[in-house]
Design a protein around this ligand. Structure first.
Ligand code: UDX
Ligand code: UDX
Ligand code: ADP
Length: 478
């Protein structure tokens, strides 16, 4: 007989906590869900008509239950006191300073949220680690909770990693491949896991709700992201071979993907993966491997990230070499700034790296993205710690209100994000061509364009994973 959860609190109203708990509330009308955050602006946005994150379908879910059994608040204490179950869904950025800088996760936010729970809780709680954290974090959370709990209060710790991808969060949450719950293998631990399982059983098939020990659960999250990122680095490594040999990476990917042991999803070559998770989680795994004295394992995973950096650099080099080895003063249109389509999120976006390279090459860059806020783009372009950089940046960068506007007068168009509106069928490439400097180049970092059609218009088209067009050596010169 395990406890029925009646009130849930989620600490952290970000990309993970917000959508996840909104879906939990929508699917469990009998459970009261309160999402809290220290950031008052963010909470105000969750309570407004313009949600703080862009995610297809999220508006409808929030509207269906906000004010009914879903609440957004800055009153962290009250929500903790009332809840039976608390999700900790705060940010865990990579450390920028001190030991493990550049690799290890900064658990400061997790720790402070945990201490806060211990301080204000007046009854027993199930505390669920939802943020992606290094293996063994649950152990530390338990230690902190037990050391600071009021007498007689009992905490159970669960690990419940989230596997949603941005842009498809609502679909992923509504119809997950699996829900993973890690717990201590004690009667209390198993009972807490059963209570959380009931929450998900509100809409997920019991067979897809799997339980295991805490450490397996924590490591599974890092492992899943590492394996996914590894597939992209593998196909991107092959794309370099394709470009040099005349093979076509889409064909190679198709042929390999038909093998059911390999599978066709997540094998699309690109200018490089981005997002808040892949790089961070792999670097976490690298750090973990090193601290466990497993240098070969660390080197294996580190190479996945290095290949990703190499892919971005290689793409830049191709742009430079096609544009007659100089970008100085040339106009480059960047189509797409988000790390993937259907999100306004730019964390670790390949477009940022590319823009920084273009800045060093002294190009003029015009950026267009349908969802990313201008303010965010300027923040991403700025170098950390440099004061009053905006004026300097504005000498080289502009932000355009449309794709066509970004391409006006450009020497090259570079597709960085696979937004549907950049496809041949959606964007009038004849118009784009007419407005560009000649020769007009187009670089497809996402393999979404129809090369033949664009060549017929007059473009020089360069695709990732396809050989370079040999426009510079016309037949009669050979
Ligand atoms: C392989 C390919 O599967 C096949 O498509 C290709 O045509 C030839 O190479 P094979 O070497 O005969 O076939 O056997 P396979 O089943 O792929 O196993 C290769 C090795 O990997 C074996 O030693 C196997 O034990 C090992 N293996 C396989 C694992 O250690 N773990 C796995 O999950 C799968
Ligand atoms: C990822 C995981 O998919 C998700 O399960 C986890 O919970 C969080 O991290 P997310 O980062 O939101 O999700 O997006 P994802 O779809 O995984 O894409 C990550 C990056 O890889 C994007 O930049 C995307 O464009 C790129 N990518 C993806 C490719 O370049 N090729 C592919 O085939 C797939
Ligand atoms: P993720 O992508 O993991 O969801 P985000 O950065 O989008 O990460 O969201 C994390 C949120 O957690 C932020 O809005 C941040 O303000 C909030 N947060 C961090 N620490 C605390 C805390 N101790 N109490 C409440 N909210 C917190």
């Amino acid at each position: 007989p395990h406890k029925k959860v009646e009130k849930i609190c989620c600490i952290g109203a970000g990309y993970v906590g917000g959508p996840t708990c909104a879906v939990i509330a929508a699917k469990n009308p009998h459970i009261q869900v309160t999402i809290v955050d220290l950031n008052a602006d963010r909470i105000a946005a969750w309570n407004s008509d313009k949600l703080p994150i862009y995610e297809p379908g999220l508006d409808e879910v929030v509207r269906s239950c906000r004010g009914r059994n879903l609440f957004f608040s800055t009153d962290v204490d009250k929500a903790i006191i009332e809840a039976d179950l608390i999700f900790v869904s705060v940010n865990t950025p990579t450390k920028t300073k001190g030991q493990g800088a550049g690799y290890a996760a900064d658990l400061g936010y997790v720790e402070s949220a945990t201490r806060h729970i211990a301080k204000v809780a007046q009854g027993d709680k199930i505390v669920v680690e939802k943020s992606t954290v290094p293996c063994r974090t649950a152990q530390s959370m338990r230690f902190i909770l037990e050391a600071n709990a009021r007498p007689g209060i009992h905490f159970d710790i669960l690990s419940n990693p989230e596997f949603l991808a941005e842009g498809t969060a609502i679909a992923d949450l509504t119809n997950p491949d699996r829900v993973l719950i890690g717990s201590l293998n004690t009667p209390a631990g198993r009972s807490a896991a059963a209570s959380l399982a009931d929450v998900y059983a509100g809409w997920v098939d019991r067979q897809q709700i799997i339980t295991m020990n805490l450490w397996s659960s924590e490591l599974s999250k890092l492992a899943a992201n590492a394996l996914l990122a590894q597939r992209i680095s593998s196909i991107n490594a092959l794309s370099a071979i394709c470009e040099a040999t005349g093979a076509d990476v889409d064909e190679v990917s198709y042929a390999c993907g038909l093998d059911q042991r390999i599978g066709k999803r997540f094998l699309k070559a690109s200018v490089g993966f981005g997002g808040s998770c892949f790089q961070k989680d792999i670097l976490n795994l690298v750090y973990l491997s090193e601290s466990l004295h497993l240098p070969e394992v660390a080197a294996y995973w580190r190479q996945v990230v290095e290949m990703n950096e190499y892919q971005k650099k290689r793409f830049l080099n191709r742009i430079i070499s096609c544009l007659f080895n100089t970008l100085t003063g040339k106009k480059i249109a960047i189509l797409g700034f988000a790390f993937k389509k259907d999100t306004g999120d730019t964390r670790e976006s390949a477009a940022i790296t590319l823009c920084k390279y273009l800045r060093q090459e002294r190009a003029n860059v015009s950026i267009y993205d349908p969802e990313v806020e201008e303010r965010q783009i300027w923040m991403d372009l700025a170098e950390p710690g440099v004061q009053d950089e905006r004026k300097e940046l504005e000498k080289q960068f502009t932000i355009a209100p449309s794709a066509l506007e970004a391409c006006k007068g450009a020497d090259a168009v570079v597709v960085c994000t696979e937004w549907d509106e950049f496809r041949n069928s959606k964007l009038d490439y004849k118009k784009v061509y007419a407005e560009m400097n000649k020769p007009a180049f187009i670089f497809d970092g996402r393999l979404i364009l129809d090369q033949k059609e664009l060549e017929e218009i007059g473009f020089h088209v360069e695709m990732i994973g396809r050989p370079r067009s040999n426009f510079q050596t016309p037949k009669d010169w050979e």
